[in-house]
Design a binder for this molecule. Structure first.
Ligand code: SF4
Length: 225
């Protein structure tokens, strides 16, 4: 929750109590309205999707087949964020459904969770031509919607998959080899970067590293804080 909104609500409550003390009992502002203010930016994923619409905010709309919004549990405690849709994702409109997606499913299941229990999204929602890296203007146009999704879901932990996701979320140039497994922060949410499943398909010897990162994530999910 945004600190400014909390502060605003606290001030409003104090003011309402003051008026009540003065004998003013009928007010145009109700508790319900205050609660709506509290939820104002963090509405629902459906509302974020509606706002995104048939997005043409960046040039990727020209070559995409489908917008890959993200999928999973709106109340997930764990969120996975990859780079962007590939061929299979573009065709199906779902994140991580190709070979790398099948490996991600196994990674999720390795800590006794299912795809339905977590939320899966990408930094950008449309496939770049020839799976090239997303460009800065594309990220700038698209990432505000990912941030809205994160604020709606408020996961306990975000697992950033791969260099691109980790560097974008954490606003750093540090390489994934140095970031991997480190506990980082995004707006008060714990972020743990790990290798992208597509990288693991090419470098299976790194699976052990990811397994260690997933164990760390699992332990953090179980911890009270
Ligand atoms: S990548 Fe994002 S900003 Fe660009 S067209 Fe697709 S949904 Fe819109």
């Amino acid at each position: 929750m945004d600190e400014n909104i909390n502060e605003l609500i606290s001030d409003l409550r104090t003011y309402l109590e003051y008026l009540k003390g003065m004998g003013i009992t009928t007010l145009p502002v109700t508790e319900n309205i205050l609660e709506k203010v509290a939820r104002s930016e963090t509405a629902t994923l459906a509302e974020v999707r509606k706002e995104l619409g048939d997005c043409k905010r960046c040039k990727l709309h020209r070559t995409r087949k489908t917008i890959v919004f993200g999928e999973g549990n709106e109340k997930a405690t764990l969120m996975f964020i990859g780079e962007g849709p590939g061929y299979d994702e573009d065709v199906q409109g779902r994140p991580f459904v190709g070979k790398a997606g099948q490996l991600l499913t196994k990674i999720i299941e390795s800590i006794n969770l299912s795809r339905e229990e977590v939320y899966i999204a990408n930094i950008i929602k449309c496939r770049p031509p020839q799976n090239r890296n997303p460009e800065p203007d594309e990220i700038e146009s698209c990432s505000p919607f990912l941030m809205k999704q994160i604020r709606v879901i408020q996961p306990k932990i975000i697992c950033a998959l791969g260099t691109f996701s980790a560097q974008t979320l954490l606003k750093t140039d540090t390489k994934i080899t140095a970031l991997r497994g480190k506990l980082c922060d995004l707006e008060g949410i714990k972020v743990i970067p790990t290798y992208h499943p597509a990288f693991l398909l090419r470098n299976p010897e790194r699976k052990r590293d990811v397994w260690e990162d997933m164990k760390k994530i699992s332990d953090l999910l179980k911890s009270p804080q």
